[in-house]
Design a protein around this ligand. Structure first.
Ligand code: NI
Length: 189
């Protein structure tokens, strides 16, 4: 089932989300709905706060960004559900990559982040896994991980870039955008 994606200005996007237990009600359905919602919007990652739930879970599928035929990064197998993830460390040089966000339609900007992460997380079947990611895989995880801490990629912008998107963000917070998929703007509370 495709869920509406909560857009910029919705308070749920600013909450520090809570850990969940693996017997969270209808977890499998939620995960399937999150994938359906992400694919429908042509995204490569979606965090629970983006569908209105302040809980620490996100899904990713990097296949649309696969660049292996051009000698780039292979993202075909990069499909995961990350439950209660913890970034244990971020290492390597910071690099710039243009990010967008399904909750912030119409804005794309370069964001600087460290190139490698070490992540501990749970899977839906209850395994606890510790794994390293780099490049675009790390990038997608870092972006989604920010969501469960109430942080948006636009928060990382500085100076002139921040100034230039200010009016767009104000319009988004009023519900003015052309997302092309179902959205919801939550009222302040
Ligand atoms: Ni996002």
């Amino acid at each position: 089932m495709i869920l509406p994606i909560f857009t910029y200005g919705s308070p749920v996007l600013r909450k520090v989300a809570q850990p969940i237990s693996l017997d969270y009600p209808d977890l499998d359905t939620l995960i399937q709905n999150m994938f359906d919602t992400m694919y429908n919007a042509s995204g490569v990652g979606l965090a629970a706060p983006q569908v209105g739930l302040p809980i620490r879970i996100f899904v990713v599928d990097g296949a649309p960004m696969d660049d292996s035929e051009e000698g780039g990064e292979n993202l075909q197998g990069f499909k995961h559900v990350f439950i209660n993830p913890v970034i244990l460390e971020e290492t390597g040089e910071e690099w710039a990559f243009e990010e967008g966000c399904l909750s912030i339609p119409g804005i794309r900007e370069e964001v600087w982040r460290p190139e490698k992460i070490r992540l501990k997380y749970q899977t839906p079947s209850g395994e606890t896994i510790e794994s390293s990611f780099e490049g675009i895989q790390a990038r997608i995880i870092q972006h989604e991980y920010d969501h469960i801490d109430g942080v948006l990629f636009t928060d990382h912008l500085q100076g002139l870039k921040k100034q230039l998107i200010k009016s767009k963000l104000i319009r988004l917070a009023k519900g003015i955008h052309q997302a092309g998929y179902p959205t919801r703007l939550q009222k302040n509370k």
